[in-house]
Design a protein around this ligand. Structure first.
Ligand code: CMC
Length: 428
């Protein structure tokens, strides 16, 4: 029993609610027995006050702008670690030793190829299909190709499925891109790093050797780290909810990809760059800021605001720095970056954004970098999905291994008609 209790009085009845404490962060009122004890449900659309699970993976303090993976600050991981190491950390709980990291990297590299028949599957899509539409379809279809890793009660199969998903996502995303531009698919080259291999499969062609630019590889790897996991966001909660019914991991990750696609979530990086292009030059910024503040205008500043961060998104800080590194390495100077910087500056001086605590989020600068590297906007969310797969998989594994896990099944506040009798069509 929890030491601390909260007391709730409702309909002349007083009940005690256990107060749970995590290792850090706000206390949590345990309402699991609320319905049994009072006959009432709680109402929290959007889950602004609801914790859906216990997790030891990622911690966010939105007021302070803190993001920790297994306790390690995102800034340190982005500066000093690699995506493979962060993936190991998320999946296993601790940073690997050198041998563990080498073993893990080798294992992932051995799973980068796709079943050959999947390339036929791609050809069923229209050439102009959005890469996220292809990703939803192909990742869901993996369960039809890898039957030997869909038994979720077997920890070994869960591990193989997890490795397969992390390893194959770059191949899947690169093939989605290749298909859209009408170029041949490239097989993985396991002599390259995880990220270098992805860049080659995306931008290389069979006719010539492809040289990975180290600064771009580093920036891309960092972008993957910044997107690797983010606690119980919409797509992660979707993966958990899908998984709570016992669905196989490939189907669950496909569900996460579908949720990530929306412009309020992973689709915001695409929307943010499109917005910057629409704004064009800094002199137009005040007009767009006024539109974002106008309640009668649906326009919002994309890449601004966050459900949890009410301070600067720590990922945006790293992202802004990475823009400069990529621009220097590629010798590009996209005026949209200046527009983005000025937009941030003006918005952060505006009372509307100050009062509502709206700051740039991870997606505000990522589009500018990805575009400089050469990705079309339609690929941005696919890259987010690629990187977030390790977080989804780690969260899914954590849930399946939790003995307290049950199927997720929210209740509702019903506002439809009460019971009435059916009237045959001729009498209506
Ligand atoms: N531009 C203008 N006003 C905004 C914005 C924005 N980007 N974001 C929030 N607001 C206003 C909103 O209108 C509301 O005003 P009021 O209180 O007067 O009704 C207030 O701020 C609170 O907003 P909310 O929509 O209730 O907040 P939320 O926590 O439900 O939504 C959000 C968070 C991220 C969906 C929202 O800020 C948004 O739509 N941002 C733009 C899309 C975006 O950049 N999404 C990426 C999120 S980070 C990447 C990821 O994890 O997916």
């Amino acid at each position: 029993m929890a030491d601390k209790q909260a007391t709730l009085t409702y309909n002349d009845k007083t009940i005690d609610l256990p107060v749970l404490e995590g290792s850090v962060g706000p206390e949590v009122l345990d309402i699991r027995k609320l319905y049994g004890q009072t006959g009432a449900f709680t109402y929290d659309p959007g889950y602004k006050s609801t914790g859906s699970c216990e997790s030891a993976l990622t911690y966010i303090d939105g007021d302070e702008g803190v993001l920790l993976h297994r306790g390690y600050p995102i800034g340190q991981l982005a500066e000093q670690s690699s995506f493979m190491e962060v993936s190991y950390l998320l999946l296993n709980g601790e940073l690997p030793s050198k041998d563990e990291l080498d073993d893990f990297t080798y294992t992932i590299s051995r799973h980068t190829m796709l079943h050959e028949q999947l390339s036929t599957f791609y050809r069923g899509f229209r050439r102009d299909a959005h890469p996220m539409a292809i990703m939803c379809g192909v990742v869901g279809a993996l369960s039809a190709f890898y039957h030997d890793s869909t038994d979720i009660s077997d920890p070994e199969q869960r591990k193989i499925a997890s490795h397969r998903l992390v390893a194959k996502m770059p191949t899947i995303a690169a093939m989605a891109y290749k298909y859209s531009v009408g170029q041949p698919f490239l097989y993985p080259d396991n002599s390259l790093s995880y990220t270098g291999n992805f860049l080659r499969m995306t931008f290389g062609v069979p006719a010539e050797p492809y040289e990975v630019v180290p600064a771009v590889e580093k920036a891309m790897d960092r972008i993957f780290i910044l997107h690797a996991d983010h606690e119980q966001n919409a797509s992660t909660s979707t993966v958990r909810l899908a998984g709570s019914s016992g669905a196989n991991p490939f189907a669950c990750i496909a569900a996460g990809i579908a949720c990530l696609w929306g412009p309020a979530h992973g689709g915001a990086n695409e929307a943010a760059l499109n917005m910057l292009r629409e704004i064009g030059t800094p002199d137009k910024i005040p007009h767009y800021i006024e539109r974002a503040k106008d309640k009668n205008d649906p326009f919002r500043l994309m890449g601004f605001g966050h459900r949890v961060y009410k301070n600067y998104d720590p990922r945006a800080t790293v992202m802004q720095k990475t823009v400069r590194e990529v621009f220097d390495a590629l010798k590009v100077n996209d005026p949209l970056f200046e527009t983005a910087l000025r937009l941030e500056e003006l918005a952060l001086q505006d009372d509307y954004f100050i009062e509502k605590k709206l700051f740039p989020n991870v997606d505000f600068y990522s589009g500018v970098i990805l575009s400089a590297i050469g990705f079309p906007t339609t690929m941005f969310t696919a890259l987010f999905a690629l990187a977030r797969t390790v977080g989804w998989v780690a969260q899914w594994n954590e849930m399946i291994s939790d003995p307290a896990q049950v199927i997720g099944r929210p209740r509702q506040l019903y506002t439809g008609p009460t019971q009435r009798d059916y009237v045959p069509v001729g009498q209506r």
